[in-house]
Design a binder for this molecule. Structure first.
Ligand code: ADP
Length: 342
């Protein structure tokens, strides 16, 4: 690397924003600057590569962003990037701009985009897992997951107050796309009476029967008081409003559906996400220096690790099955009341 032609590192954030993405941008930038790199941030996800829109990232750009949710680089879903023609165009633009390495902070969709880009782009490609869904293999947690769980718990705790006051049943839909990490963790931490997620869902008929029987049992043994069902999005056909309707039709049970929605994505990142993002950002630049490519930087058993991108998107990581089982055994207060009566 000569002084006149510095190594150029590109960074972009893509897909659903997650708290801690800014912390990751900051640590990548500072680490890269320490190594004498020029750092540029492409804006609006993969659109930045297609349109050559970027900003220079320096110490001042990344100052005072560690505590901010969202992403200073903006994010986007970019369906246009799915064509080979546009992947080639993005690669051409990266070559034109002399970008030697690109770090993409995003979820599995973004990593699939990187894998496609690698057919045309000759520079290094490093992924950082930034998604509230935690559905990336090879890392215990993704950047943003801890904050999203906490945000959702705070909302569910508030709903519990109303549910208690009115002795009502609420069905609360949480995000997670097609995985149950958010639903299970939020359900467990808010002491939900029922958690419906991908890993324990059989079919709508069986679920209706299970929920109706459980509500009836709780009512009989302890008076209903309040009853919270935490449900994963994209699970119940027609969503939680339909589930409420189905329960009314099935067993004349009245429920209030509540979709938490986008409040789960934003907000100041918790310390855990800021620190994870900082560690992974540093790890990403170390990987660039080591000439690595097509890997994701994750954290496993408190150690920073490098995972092939193909493995990161494999969807083999599952929720904690023991915790899921506990929800229907030791944590089930209906069962507790029953055994006490015997
Ligand atoms: P996330 O990265 O959070 O999973 P998405 O699934 O929306 O979010 O993916 C983000 C972006 O990654 C998409 O808008 C698209 O630009 C790109 N992408 C996703 N899948 C592919 C694919 N199979 N080929 C090319 N690009 C993809």
């Amino acid at each position: 690397m000569s002084e006149n032609t510095p190594f150029v590192l590109g960074i972009l954030t893509s897909g659903g924003d997650a708290p801690g993405m800014n912390a990751a941008i900051r640590s990548c930038t500072l680490s890269a600057l320490q190594s004498g790199f020029r750092v540029i941030g492409f804006t609006h996800g993969f659109y930045g590569l297609l349109d050559k829109t970027y900003i220079d990232l320096d110490e001042s750009t990344v100052r005072d962003i560690i505590h901010c949710g969202g992403t200073i680089l903006k994010s986007a879903r970019c369906p246009e990037f799915k064509t080979a023609e546009n992947q080639q165009r993005a690669a051409n633009n990266l070559h034109d701009l002399n970008v030697n390495a690109l770090i993409v902070i995003g979820g599995d969709g973004s990593f699939n985009g990187m894998l496609k880009l690698s057919h045309y782009y000759t520079g290094q490609l490093i992924g950082l897992p930034g998604t509230i869904d935690n559905d990336i293999d090879g890392t215990d947690h993704t950047i943003g997951f801890a904050t999203a769980v906490e945000t959702a718990i705070q909302a569910v705790d508030k709903i519990r107050d109303t549910a208690d006051a009115f002795e009502r049943i609420f069905i609360i839909e949480v995000m997670g796309r097609h995985s149950g990490f958010l639903a299970l963790n939020v359900g467990i931490a808010s002491a939900a009476e029922q958690i419906i997620t991908f890993e324990n869902f059989e079919n709508p008929g069986k679920e209706l029967q299970k929920i109706a029987e459980h509500i009836a049992l709780c009512k009989k043994q302890r008076g209903l008081s309040s009853y919270l069902i935490v449900a994963a999005e994209n699970l119940w056909p027609g969503g939680v409003s339909q589930l409420a309707e189905d329960l009314a039709n099935y067993a004349n049970i009245r429920c209030t559906p509540c979709i938490l929605g986008y409040i789960q994505r934003g907000g100041a990142p918790l310390a855990k996400d800021r620190i994870l993002a900082t560690k992974l950002g540093i790890g990403a630049v170390e990987a660039v220096i080591d000439n690595k490519t097509l890997i994701m930087i994750g954290e496993s058993n408190r150690q920073t690790c490098q995972i092939p991108l193909t493995q990161a998107v494999a969807h083999q990581k599952t929720v904690n099955k023991a915790l899921l089982a506990a929800q229907e055994s030791v944590l089930d207060i209906a069962k507790l009341a029953k055994s006490h009566l015997m």
